[in-house]
Ligand binder design. Structure first.
Ligand code: ATP
Ligand code: MG
Length: 492
C-alpha cells in the first residue's frame, strides 16, 4: 500500500482552531489548544514510563475527558491503542491483552479490582493507573508530526455476539474516511455539537472523538447514559447530534412525555442493532429526528445511514452506503441479489478495516478484494435502500420460509407490558424449525395473551410456538442479545 501522509490530526486541529471549544465534560470545557496541551503532557509522562512508538498498549478507562486526552496522547506518540471494553470481566480483558501482545495497560483506580485480577495472569504486563500516570515525571516526548493513513491507530475487539471477539485493526485513514462519510451525509455546521453518552471504548464513542478533532466540533462526554441528564444537556450545551442505541432512545422518548426536544437539536443517530419499528413510529410522532444507521467495528462506525430527506418515507431502512463506501447483497446462489431479495450484506470502502489482528485466515475469509462479508442479512428495496434483517447465524428457516428473530422481537416489545424479548429457532419435525420466544414482562401476562397479540402483528408462521417468561434476557457487554445463551436455557 502506498504511503499516504498527513499532519497529525490533533496537531493540525490545534493549529487551525485553537480557541474553539473541543471537549465538554462535567461542566468543564476544554478548547482544542487545551486538549493539545493535555495530550502532549500525557505523551511526555507515557514516554517517561517507557511506552514507545509502534507498540500495542491496552487502555481500560471510563467515559471521562481524561480518556480522550490519553487516546490522543497515544496518537501523538504513534502507539497503537488496544481499546478495552470496561464492562468485560478480568478474564476476558486478560485474554484480549494477551491476544494483542500488549505489554502495557493504562487503566484507572475505578478498575483496581479488575487490574489486580488481571495482574495474576499477565505477569509481563506493566499496569499503569491514570492517577499515577498523571503524577509521573514528564520527559520531552517525540511527537509524530506526520501520520501515515495506512498505519494502525486503534484495535477494538468486536462485541463477541456471534462467537469469540476478534481484534479489528482500524487505521488513521479508516477513522478519517468514516468522519468524512458521516459529514457528507449529515452535513456540518459551525453550531454542531455531538453528545457522546455511548462508551468511548466502543467505535460509536471513539468515532465522535475523531469527528471532533477532524471537524473542529465540540463534543460533550457523559460518564454514563442518563435520560434526564441527556435532555438537560441537549438544552444547556446546545447539542445538535447524539449517537444512541435503541434502549437509550426508548428511555429518552419515555422521559420526554409531552415535551419536545429543542429546535437546534437535529439528529439522533440510531445504530448498533435492529431498530424496533414501534420505537421509530413513536419518535416520528414526537418529532424526534431519528436517522437509522448500520455499521460495525470493522467499518469504523457508520457505513450506511438514512439521509434526512428519507427519514419518514423510508422508515425502517438503514439507508444507502455513505459517499465513500459501497454495498452489495449476495443471494444464496452467490450472485448479486435482485431488489427485495434477501442475502448477505457485503461492504467496501476506505473506512473498512485492513483485517483482524493476528488472524490471517479469518481476515482472508471475510475480506475478499476489499469486500467485507458482514455476516448480516438484509435486502435493498427497488430504490436501493438497505433493510437489515438479522445476523446470518440467527436465521430461522421454517417450512422453507426465512424468519428473522429481530422482527419477532420488535413485535413482542411493541406490547406495553413486555419489556424485553429474545427469539430463537427450535427443531421441529414438521417444519424443520419453529420460532420460540423468551420475554420479560412488566405485569403478569399469560402465554396465550402474548400469542394472540403476535397473531395480530405477524404472519402466522412467524408467531412463536412457545413463550417463556424469564427474569432477564441474556445480553453481552455491548447489551446485545446473546441468542446462543437463550438456547442454553432451553437445554436445561
Ligand atoms: P461479533 O462480530 O464478535 O459477533 P458484533 O458484530 O456484535 O460482535 P459490533 O461490531 O459491535 O460487534 O456490532 C456490529 C453488528 O451490529 C452488525 O454486524 C449488525 O449485526 C449489528 N447492527 C448494527 N447496526 C444495525 C442496524 N441498523 N440494524 C441491525 N443490526 C445492526
Ligand atoms: Mg460482527
Amino acid at each position: 500500500m502506498n504511503d499516504q501522509i498527513m499532519q497529525n490530526f490533533l496537531l493540525k486541529r490545534a493549529f487551525l482552531t485553537p480557541d474553539r471549544p473541543a471537549i465538554c465534560f462535567a461542566d468543564q470545557t476544554y478548547t482544542f489548544s487545551d486538549v493539545f496541551d493535555k495530550a502532549v503532557h500525557i505523551a511526555g509522562q507515557l514516554t517517561g514510563l517507557g511506552l514507545k512508538k509502534g507498540q500495542f498498549a491496552g487502555v481500560l478507562l471510563a467515559n471521562h475527558a481524561d480518556t480522550a486526552f490519553i487516546y490522543l496522547a497515544f496518537q501523538l506518540l504513534g502507539i497503537k491503542a488496544v481499546i478495552l471494553n470496561n464492562r468485560l470481566t478480568a478474564h476476558e480483558l486478560a485474554w484480549q491483552m494477551e491476544d494483542s501482545n500488549s505489554l502495557f495497560l493504562i487503566t484507572e483506580e475505578l478498575f483496581t479490582l479488575k487490574g489486580k485480577e488481571m495482574e495474576k495472569s499477565l505477569s509481563n504486563v506493566t499496569i499503569i493507573y491514570k492517577e499515577n500516570l498523571f503524577q509521573s515525571p514528564f520527559i520531552e516526548p517525540i511527537v509524530e508530526n506526520e501520520i501515515n493513513l495506512n498505519e494502525v491507530c486503534t484495535v477494538m475487539y468486536t462485541s463477541g455476539t456471534t462467537g469469540y471477539p476478534k481484534g479489528v485493526l482500524q487505521t488513521y485513514g479508516n477513522h478519517m474516511w468514516s468522519a468524512i462519510g458521516s459529514a457528507l451525509n449529515l452535513g456540518l455546521t459551525e453550531q454542531d455539537c455531538w453528545l457522546c453518552a455511548v462508551p468511548l471504548f466502543h467505535i460509536s464513542g471513539y468515532s465522535i472523538l475523531m469527528r471532533s478533532i477532524i471537524y473542529g466540533m465540540k463534543m460533550v462526554i457523559l460518564d454514563s447514559f442518563h435520560e434526564k441528564k441527556t435532555i438537560e444537556l441537549i438544552e444547556d450545551e446546545k447539542v445538535t447530534i447524539m449517537s444512541v442505541v435503541s434502549t437509550m432512545l426508548t428511555r429518552i422518548e419515555e422521559e420526554l412525555g409531552d415535551q419536545r426536544l429543542p429546535e437546534h437539536f437535529r439528529c439522533m443517530l440510531l445504530g448498533g442493532g435492529p431498530a424496533p419499528r414501534a420505537l421509530l413510529e413513536k419518535c416520528m410522532f414526537k418529532q424526534i429526528p431519528v436517522y437509522q444507521t448500520y455499521g460495525m467495528t470493522e467499518t469504523s462506525s457508520q457505513i450506511v445511514t438514512l439521509s434526512p430527506e428519507y427519514s419518514i418515507s423510508k422508515l425502517g431502512s438503514a439507508g444507502k452506503a455513505l459517499f465513500p463506501s459501497q454495498l452489495k447483497i449476495i443471494g444464496s446462489n452467490g450472485e448479486v441479489a435482485k431488489p427485495n431479495e434477501a442475502g448477505e450484506i457485503i461492504v467496501k470502502g476506505p473506512n473498512i478495516t485492513i483485517g483482524y489482528l493476528n488472524r490471517e485466515e479469518e481476515t482472508a475469509k471475510r475480506l475478499v478484494d476489499g469486500w467485507l462479508s458482514t455476516g448480516d442479512i438484509g435486502y435493498l428495496d427497488s430504490d436501493g435502500f438497505l433493510f437489515v434483517l438479522d445476523r446470518r447465524s440467527d436465521l430461522i428457516i421454517s417450512g422453507g420460509e426465512n424468519i428473522y428473530p429481530a422482527e419477532i422481537e420488535g413485535a413482542l416489545v411493541s406490547h406495553p407490558n413486555i419489556s424485553d424479548a429474545g427469539v430463537i429457532g427450535m427443531k421441529d419435525e414438521k417444519w424443520g424449525e419453529v420460532p420460540i420466544a423468551f420475554v420479560t414482562i412488566k405485569k403478569d401476562m399469560m402465554e396465550e395473551e402474548i400469542i394472540q397479540y403476535c397473531l395480530q402483528k405477524l404472519a402466522k408462521y412467524k408467531v412463536p410456538k412457545k413463550i417463556y417468561i424469564i427474569d432477564e434476557i441474556p445480553r453481552n457487554a455491548a447489551k446485545k442479545i446473546l441468542r446462543r445463551n437463550l438456547r442454553l436455557l432451553l437445554d436445561r
